[in-house]
Design a protein around this ligand. Structure first.
Ligand code: MN
Length: 195
């Protein structure tokens, strides 16, 4: 069961930059909704497994991504805000910022430019991409796109047509059935052991 994080500061601590009213509405109503609905969705998934009824699985997986990513991103957002006391990247992070963006000012310029043009509802993020070993700035439209931010991929199945069409044509279920015969669980175990 996902629990709401406590705000790490009083509700008026971000004023005048972020008003108490704005923060209360954002935290109490919006964020709470995402957390509650993530839990409700997980309960529905428990029931689906218990009753072996996966009729609504597409809808449930979508809800899990939407509500779960909303909960996680708000958690990260509230936690990376704080009272207006000057702080800065530490030596390690600053070195990486300088390496990947050229300078702190360039990073700030790219982050600001990118945030300005996030389409409609969305987020702007500084992220570490383990596979690139590099910091990047990402926009995220809506906040889910059927993922949960911060998740560690353990077992991956390519469902793009290029991955199976030549051999299985439209028989996706046969491709998926075949996949279970060629999974290397040793690798999955190793990935999981690093968590
Ligand atoms: Mn929000």
């Amino acid at each position: 069961m996902l629990k709401k994080i406590d705000l790490p500061y009083p509700v008026n601590a971000l004023e005048p930059y972020y008003s108490k009213e704005t923060l209360m509405l954002h935290y109490d109503v919006l964020y709470t909704g995402y957390v509650d609905n993530t839990n409700k969705t997980q309960e529905k998934l428990d029931k689906a497994r218990e009753s072996n009824n996966f009729e609504n699985i597409k809808c449930l997986e979508k809800d899990l991504s939407f509500f779960g990513s909303g909960a996680i991103l708000h958690e990260l957002f509230f936690e990376n805000l704080g009272p207006a006391i000057p702080t800065s990247p530490d030596i390690k992070l600053m070195e990486q910022i300088n390496k990947d963006f050229g300078s702190y000012d360039k990073f700030k310029e790219q982050f600001t430019s990118s945030a300005k043009v996030v389409e409609a509802s969305g987020w702007n993020l500084l992220v570490w991409v383990p596979n690139f070993k590099k910091l990047e700035i990402l926009q995220c439209e809506k906040h889910q796109n059927l993922t949960l931010w911060g998740c560690e991929p353990l077992l991956v199945l390519d469902m793009w047509e290029h991955s199976y069409y030549l051999q299985y044509k439209t028989k996706r279920d046969e491709y998926i059935k075949a996949f279970w015969n060629i999974v290397n669980w040793n690798v999955v175990n190793k990935r999981f052991s690093k968590i």
